[in-house]
Design a protein around this ligand. Structure first.
Ligand code: MG
Length: 389
């Protein structure tokens, strides 16, 4: 069997459709580290570390990773550890990566994705088969409204609902009065049918402020309230006080975090990422613990390029605990964009073909490997060569 011979990194910056911000984010989205892994038979696998220095766990529990940190960890430690490995040994891959350096889950996730991509190509199977098979054939998409002005947000929501999107996530956590007002305005504009969710990214100062604000939003109908405050104990306090289910995101990085969330009944919903736990192999562990604890999940991320988003939809389609609509982009190269904006955050992407959106859901492609092929010319076009921050 062929073996891994190289793991390269390259930085890209995709052009954004509009500014996309959330509470705590200070960088543009889409400036992400890409991994290209090759084997001695000439196969190529691709991965991505959508590393953000502003993104970490509660109370300093996990650290931000910038692209340059992820690049250093991959080039100096992970590439050396996995070179020479045969295909398909996912437990072995993580054992080697964890033995050579603790932490750095975003760097490890990028290597994990590329390894799954490569292994699935060599084994001539879709990557979802390696994750246990398809739990569903379509992944419903939640469209995320960043921290926009109220009028702009209302206009965008009306447009995406017209395009078939059925769930909208509204970024809040800024100012309680503005946050209640934007939920009210969007609900009045879109009518009763679409599901609305709010994500505060830990932005409320206290559980009391979160409880008062979320209660004031509840008359407009919320599917869930995501990470209103920092901390598992404080999430539990909010959960006990409101009717809307609470989702843990920043509080739920790995399977151990989910055990604590379940023990303390801090959240009914967990947002599983392919990246927070360190790759698809670990994300399936997180989802399995959620399933055992009776916690339902969505898949959420950092507005990945199409390369990393292929891993998102593979997880969303394969993990039985993931039953909710997912906050994943609809990765679409420029030539295939026809003015639609639902799930579109970039004006171009790194894939040869678009993800197919049918009735507000991405249809799983029937292809071997991680999915739709990567467009090497686009990777070259959007490559950033100077030293990055
Ligand atoms: Mg979130």
């Amino acid at each position: 069997m062929s073996r891994i011979v190289s793991v390269e990194t390259l930085l890209v910056q995709l052009p954004t459709r509009r500014v996309h911000k959330w509470t705590g984010l200070t960088e543009p989205i889409g400036r992400y580290l890409i991994v290209r892994m090759k084997d001695d038979a000439g196969h190529v696998g691709w991965g991505e570390a959508p590393a953000l220095k502003d993104w970490g766990g509660e109370f300093g529990r996990y650290f931000g990773e910038s692209p340059s940190i992820a690049r250093h960890v991959i080039e100096h430690y992970l590439a050396v550890a996995v070179t020479g490995m045969p295909h398909g040994d996912f437990a072995g891959l993580h054992r080697r990566m964890d033995a050579v350096i603790k932490g750095y889950p975003y760097a490890k996730a990028a290597v994990d994705f590329a390894y799954y991509d490569l292994s699935a190509q060599v084994l001539d199977t879709p990557v979802t088969t390696l994750l246990g098979g398809l739990a569903r054939e379509r992944v419903p998409v939640t469209h995320s409204i960043g921290l926009l002005g109220i009028d702009e947000a209302v206009n965008e929501c009306v447009r995406v609902v017209g395009e078939g999107i059925r769930t909208i996530k509204i970024k809040v956590g800024q100012d309680p009065k503005r946050d209640v007002e934007i939920v009210r305005a969007i609900r009045e504009a879109v009518g009763p049918a679409p599901d609305l969710c709010v994500d505060a990214n830990e932005g409320y100062a206290t559980p009391g402020e979160a409880i008062r604000t979320l209660r004031a939003m509840e008359p407009y109908g919320l599917k869930y309230a995501e990470q209103p405050v920092m901390g598992i104990e404080r999430l539990a306090e909010v959960s006990r006080a409101i009717d809307t289910p609470v989702m843990a995101d920043e509080s739920a990085w790995n399977a151990h975090d989910v055990v604590q969330i379940a023990e303390r009944r801090a959240a009914e919903i967990v947002s599983v990422y392919t990246t927070k736990p360190g790759g698809l192999y670990r994300a399936m562990e997180v989802a399995a613990v959620c399933k055992a604890a009776g916690i339902v999940c969505n898949v959420n991320g950092s507005v990945e390029t199409g390369i990393g988003n292929r891993a998102n939809i593979a997880l969303a389609a394969s993990a039985p605990a993931v039953t909710l609509s997912c906050v994943v982009p609809v990765s679409t190269p420029a030539a295939a964009q026809g003015g639609q904006i639902g799930g579109i955050y970039y004006t171009d992407d790194l894939l040869e073909a678009p993800m197919r959106l049918v009735e507000g859901a991405i249809e799983m492609p029937e292809v071997r490997g991680m999915g739709i092929a990567v467009d090497e010319a686009k990777v070259a076009q959007y490559r950033v060569r100077q030293a990055e921050a």
